[in-house]
Design a protein around this ligand. Structure first.
Ligand code: HAM
Length: 437
């Protein structure tokens, strides 16, 4: 059995590097994100599903590609006691495609539209917008036809999700990387272009040139940038089918007024893509230079299902990075207004009232009145201070006398006016006050 490291008492235990707590103060933003996600999936007819956090390593090696950064450098892998090699899911598309095949979804009426929301893991260098545990909201469409309409619809769903968070000034950077027919020619053209420059390239680019030359366009090393400018673009090497697909997609995007910008260098770092690739990026604004990351990305992956042993199934999808979106919301003060839900604060005084308070709260719950309390506190002043903190419009004061008489005092927190109401009429009296506020 593996030895568990011995306990050191001295140090406080902190969260693991790159993994964050979601604190109560941020939860309203998360709720906003899940609400926007729900609205989008309902409108565009996606059904939500979830895949396990642990999948076989092979799933990602086969689909994302051995030379992708995610597989090469960023996967959290685990060897089980039984000897299986597992990975903590670094992304959602491969798992959803595996589930699509495994559960016979190819027999369902198509398109099959699936959505997911959950945590993903990449052992990357933590920095602004880059975490080791992050969350994605994803949309995948498996169709029986290879129709650019679905590319447009996936992009729309992702874009509407961002819009639902009130984030403005977002553009879809878009490119096409061709298919099995035309991509080999493009790769050859890239190799021919880069080969004479090989000595000047960074180590990663030199290594990738013979195996995955398109990744050179994705390189962020400053000394490699000037070579990209002159590199051949996919557009000059597309087959007729890919060209038409791309043109039609751009027409759809124009019809629905989804802002896009052509970016010939966009290739995306995952091997499963074919034809369309895109990323959603904030338009540059002074003071937001550190938010220049992709808020989401995606593309078409027509061969992925086949790669996993399913029958050929054209598909397209997108995923959005929730933490990145929330970072933009916070920076732009797009904070969700404080809870406006109508709530009352229950203040008890004395043992008898305290004893009866729990059943009083249940009575209010049944009547549909939301209650906050700090029943553990005995002093009325401390309870009133809490009521103030929660900014409730009304407090309920439940003392010894009221407990005997089966009544409660309703106190208007703004005016200080108080009125005693019998318990039996309490729910109606509170509701009346809320409606006439
Ligand atoms: P991806 O571009 O690797 O694509 O990730 C999608 C989004 O997840 C990114 O645009 C970013 O917002 C967020 N993200 C990725 N890595 C991190 C990180 N380390 N920290 C914080 N946020 C991050 C995919 O994962 C594809 N599965 C998308 C897709 C769906 N393609 C087709 N369908």
């Amino acid at each position: 059995m593996k030895k568990i490291p011995s306990v050191t008492k001295a140090k406080n235990i902190q969260s693991v590097r790159g993994m964050h707590d979601i604190l109560p103060v941020d939860y309203p933003l998360w709720e906003k994100a899940t609400k926007s996600f729900r609205e989008v999936i309902e409108f565009y007819n996606f059904t939500q599903m979830a895949t396990p956090v642990l999948e076989s390593v092979e799933l990602y090696v086969r689909t994302l590609g051995e030379t992708s950064d995610v597989v090469e450098k960023e996967m959290y892998t685990i060897k089980t006691k039984g000897g299986d090699q597992l990975a903590m899911r670094p992304e959602g598309t491969a798992g959803v495609a595996r589930a699509y095949i495994e559960h016979g979804m190819s027999h369902q009426p198509h398109p099959v539209r699936l959505a997911y929301f959950g945590p993903f893991f990449r052992h990357d260098k933590p920095q602004a917008g880059r975490l080791r545990q992050f969350h994605q909201a994803g949309f995948e469409i498996f169709s029986s036809e290879n129709d650019p309409l679905y590319d447009a619809q996936t992009m729309l769903a992702a874009y509407r999700f961002i819009e639902g968070l009130k984030i403005k000034g977002v553009t879809a950077h878009i490119n096409t990387i061709g298919c099995r027919i035309c991509r080999p020619n493009y790769r050859k053209a890239l190799v021919a272009y880069y080969k004479p420059l090989e000595k000047k390239l960074c180590g990663d680019c030199r290594r990738r040139l013979p195996v995955n030359p398109m990744r050179l366009l994705d390189c962020k090393v400053p000394t490699c940038q000037p070579f990209k400018e002159q590199a051949p673009t996919t557009l000059d090497h597309l087959c007729a089918i890919c060209k038409t697909h791309f043109t039609e997609l751009l027409e759809y995007l124009e019809d629905v007024k989804l802002p896009y910008s052509l970016n010939h260098f966009l290739v995306r770092g995952l091997d499963y893509y074919t034809k369309t690739v895109f990323e959603f990026i904030l338009d540059p604004v002074a003071g937001e230079e550190d938010l220049a990351f992709a808020l989401g990305g995606g593309g078409r992956y027509d061969y992925l299902v086949e790669t996993l042993g399913g029958k050929p199934t054209p598909a397209v999808g997108a995923a959005l990075g929730i933490e990145r979106l929330l970072e933009v919301m916070k920076r732009r003060n797009l904070n969700v207004p404080a809870r406006t839900k109508e709530r009352v604060f229950l203040i008890h005084i004395g043992d008898l009232a305290k004893k009866k308070s729990l059943s009083l709260i249940e009575m209010l719950r049944e009547g549909g009145v939301n209650v906050i309390e700090s029943l553990g506190k005995e002093s009325m002043a401390a309870q009133l201070r809490n009521a103030d903190k929660y900014q409730v419009p009304f407090a309920l004061i439940f003392g010894q006398k009221e407990a005997y008489e089966e009544s409660v005092i309703i106190r208007d927190m703004k005016t200080g006016a108080q009125e005693t109401v019998p318990l039996l009429k309490l729910v109606a009296a509170i509701k009346k006050r809320f409606t006439s506020q």
